[in-house]
Every structure is written in C-alpha cells, then in structure tokens.
Write a protein that binds this ligand. Sequence first.
Ligand SMILES: [Zn+2]
Length: 162
Amino acid sequence: MDTPQKRYAQRNPEKVKKWQREWRESHKEERAIYLKKYKKVNREKLKEKEHEYHKKYIARKKLDPIWVEKRREYRRKYRKENTEIVRMWRKSNKKRGISCKLRFEIFKRDNFTCFYCGRKAPAVVLQVDHKIPKSKGGKTAKENLITSCFECNIGKSDNLLN
Ligand SMILES: [Zn+2]
C-alpha cells in the first residue's frame, strides 16, 4: 500500500534513515528488552532463518570470490573501528559456553579420562566436548558432554560419532 508516509520516506531516504538512527539511539533500553523477548518467543524461526542465511552464504562463497574478499575486508575494517563492541560480543559468547562447575562435574564423572583414547590428566590437557556438536543441534547438557583430550577433540572437530 502506498501511504503518504511511505511516499515521504521514498522522497527523503536520508532524512528518514537519520531519524531512525536517532530513534534507535534514544530507545536503546526498550529495544534491548523487546529484542530479548522476541528472540525467546521466535527462537525456532530465528534458527531457521540463520540456517537459511548460512546456506546462501556458503553457496555464494563458492561462486563469488570477489564478494568474499570484499566481505572479509569489510569485517576487518569493522573490527578495527569497533573494538569495544567486538570485545563485548566475544565476552557474551564465552558466557554462553560451559561453566567451570559443569566442566568439573563432567571431568569427575568421566574419571578425568579422555573418552576417545583413554589417556588421563595431567598427561594430557582435558577438555569438555559435545557428543553431538552444537552446530548440529547438540545441547550443552550433561548427557551430551564428555571428557576429551585436546588432541582427540581437535581430531574429531565437528564430525558426528557413530
Ligand atoms: Zn584423547
């Protein structure tokens, strides 16, 4: 539908963009709360979207090396210019991982022994590993976590166990 507002926006895209930016700036807290709620309610939908986007990205990556290079350049530039934001993201990503307590519980349950090769700490560096990888929908829960040494963990990476 063509409303007067839409027409105005089409004629003055820069102005509208500026307003939107200002609005977002001044409603940061409300937006954060709303986004959190939205993500919670639409978790499945968002996951699907992300998956879809990833598939598209992989397809384009194969066909368009120039685009990949451009994108890489852009990301590099972004990281340089927004070090604070990037640091915050990294921190929040870390938080979502396995807690120290859970890690210790897994080690204890598995007798501080690598599930794959049977070597023990302190001869090897132990890590907690997802049986079904997170990328394939595996959960960070006790049933899906096992003790693995550093080397076995790297060797396995994202392959599913049979
Ligand atoms: Zn091992």
